[in-house]
Design a protein. Structure first.
Length: 428
């Protein structure tokens, strides 16, 4: 029957805990030893996918395959299963109950006794088993809910990506610890025998010394080979992690450049939007200002009340005695000219609110108002001292009242009335 992965999966599906089943599948796999690497990978996948109680059967199957291969001095299967056996045993041991864990530990002791795998591989397996045992919580204590978020599945505090490095480093450390004394002893023996300053013993003794040196060198070589194998496994795992992280780093850097470009574009877009908002606000404010009525926006201030002005004092016009000889003659009969001349209070024409005051003489007053009639022109002529004749000879002027009795006393009143009639003013 030709080999293919499906046929192998079918064979592994029939595997159970009986000796007959394990031997039957082991013989079929041994027949297809040319595909040892593929068989090992399919076997590991099936072990992980199987329920925990059946995982012990897969470990027993590898035990039978590898021991038979070593008995026949075939290295295909030991070399194919060595890189993955530590991980497989850890998976089976962690998920198994206590009784099955005891069986796996006894099988590990058999492997150590019979040297089924290299000492470095056995040390790595033992380290994985110890990690599982150390990760078990103490009785009565509960594991914190968030403990497994970033910690390893074994609870050692190491990230899952580095779990495989721990056992490999442990194997290197142990191998180096046991190898160095052997190598140092062989080196010292070699230097002693080949020291040119020492005298060589007899031939039989020298031959025996050389034989002992060869054995020590061979032992040191074997020990150093184990150390080299363990260190190569560690370097390979480190290189795997390095490749993974370098690939992730390249992706992160490309993503960083993309996000930086997107952020810069969005910042430009944000500035454009803010500028458009500010322009819109400015236009809206301008429209509001244009629609507002042109009112004085200054605050209202109470008007100052002016101080009251003093009541203007009417001007006094000094009227001198009339120069008309006829009138002077009339007035002379009643007294001196000083008796009839005096200050006549009149306003200056600006109204009662004006406070300007001045005094005008009769001549100034006549010069200011040329329409003031002369008494001589009013028909006062031929005054001969006769009251009756004089009174009869005066031609009345409109608005002027001439009374015969008390002529001298009423003449001043008539003059004032005449002044008012011609100037349009009123005397108080």
């Amino acid at each position: 029957m030709a080999y293919n992965d499906e046929a192998l999966r079918a064979k592994l599906a029939t595997l159970n805990e009986t000796q007959e089943s394990i031997v039957s599948v082991s013989q079929w796999i041994a027949f297809h030893r040319r595909y040892a690497d593929k068989i090992a990978q399919v076997w590991l996948t099936k072990l992980k996918d199987s329920p925990p109680p059946k995982r012990l059967n897969y470990v027993y199957l590898v035990n039978d395959i590898v021991q038979n291969a070593r008995a026949r001095k075939r290295a295909e299967f030991p070399n194919a299963f060595s890189p993955i056996i530590a991980e497989a045993v850890q998976q089976a041991y962690r998920s198994s109950p206590t009784d099955i864990q005891g069986k796996l530990k006894r099988l590990l002791e058999v492997w150590k006794t019979r040297n089924v795998f290299e000492p470095s591989i056995l040390a790595a397996i033992q380290a994985r088993v110890d990690d599982v045992d150390n990760s078990k919580p103490a009785s009565g204590k509960k594991t914190l809910m968030g403990n497994s978020l970033f910690n390893s599945s074994t609870g050692t505090g190491m990230p899952k990506e580095l779990e495989s490095l721990g056992p490999l480093q442990t194997a290197v450390t142990k191998s180096d610890f046991t190898t160095r004394p052997v190598v140092d002893t062989a080196q010292a023996e070699y230097n002693k025998i080949n020291d040119p300053s020492t005298t060589k013993p007899s031939a039989p003794v020298y031959a025996a010394n050389l034989s002992s040196l060869i054995k020590k060198l061979a032992s040191a070589e074997a020990s150093l080979t184990e150390t080299i194998t363990a260190r190569k496994a560690l370097v390979a795992d480190l290189r795997r992690l390095l490749d993974l992280n370098e690939a992730a780093l390249s992706k992160d850097e490309a993503l960083f450049v993309d996000l930086s470009a997107k952020r810069a574009a969005e910042e430009t877009n944000k500035r454009d939007v803010e500028d458009s908002i500010m322009r819109g606000l400015a236009e809206t404010q301008q429209e509001i200002d244009d629609n507002l009525p042109l009112n004085d926006t200054r605050p209202d201030v109470e008007e100052l009340t002016p101080e009251p002005e003093d009541t203007p004092i009417p001007e006094e016009i000094e009227v001198s005695a009339p120069r008309n000889p006829n009138l002077q003659g009339i007035l002379a009969g009643f007294g001196t000219s000083d008796d009839i001349s005096g200050a006549i209070p009149v306003t200056n024409g600006a109204g009662p609110s004006s406070s300007k005051k001045r005094k005008l003489s009769h001549d100034q007053y006549i010069a200011q108002d040329a329409s003031f009639p002369d008494l001589g022109e009013m028909g006062v002529t031929g005054f001969d001292g006769n009251y009756d004749n004089t009174a009869a000879s005066i031609t009345p002027v409109p608005g002027m009242t001439i009374e015969t009795p008390g002529f001298a006393s009423s003449l001043e009143q008539d003059v004032e009335a005449l002044i008012r009639a011609n100037s349009g003013g009123t005397a108080g």
